[in-house]
Design a protein around this ligand. Sequence first.
Ligand SMILES: [Zn+2]
Length: 303
Amino acid sequence: MTQHVKQSFYTTVEHPFSIEHTEDVVCNFCTSEEFRSLGEELGYSIRCCSQCRLVYINPQPTVDEIPAFYDNMYMDDSPDEIAARGLGYTEKQLAKIVRKRMPHGGELLDIGCGFGAVLKEMAQYEEWGLQGVEIGEKAVAYARELVPSATIQEGTLAEINYPPASFDCILMVTVLEHVKDPLAVLKQVMTWLKPGGLLLLQTPHVEPFIRMKRYVPSVPIHFEAPRHLFDFSPRSLRMYMQGAGCEDVNLDIAVPYACGTRWGVAMIWGMKLIGFALHRLSFGYYVWPYAGGLIAHGVKADD
Ligand SMILES: [Zn+2]
């Protein structure tokens, strides 16, 4: 069966995929089977765990189906076209957070580095050694050319491994919502981080829009099921980071990184400016639900 992931704030292209095998899942964080239904997209039910409030889709594609999503995604667009959709703000925002929290630099790993935009931004700071991992062959080749100083591996999270305590900073930008078992992935990733090292996660946050869509069906937001398996909130991001052994967890609102249309950019900024203002006014305490993407960062607790 071939379906199309819809355009949204987070995906600027529609791309086809076909899925043959799906399976029923329980809550990834707390393993509860109880849930409330938030809605439905392309035949996938969007659930909110009754125990820990994690938002996830059910059923989910089986593990072997997932790599094919990315082959399709990179198929019909040239890397230059995809890279050109980036607005360039995200990379600067992430670099600023990393440099503020880890001013001395060190070894940095970008998991899911895509076409290398974040590595490129970090490459101007000599105190950082750079490594990346990416699933798509085309993206890996492009990133290697864009950031010659970085070591970039091709592979999935299941295929890669590093010695314990290899890195001072690990970034996962829009990765966690794609993986089947985010808790296991984070626990694995944390072993590669040195004690006191920085973990930074960026994820979409569309749950408030899904709730709104029930009353206003024209709300142009999509979960991106089944490519996105989870939707993280400020609460669930903290829960995951602390569950994986992070402390001193902070949240920032992500700036927009790409968008298909000018109207979309204007709308995102309109929404976000309110979010940024409220976030500032509350000294970083309040995260407006309509802010869009989230960035969570925390350090690995000493053993
Ligand atoms: Zn749960």
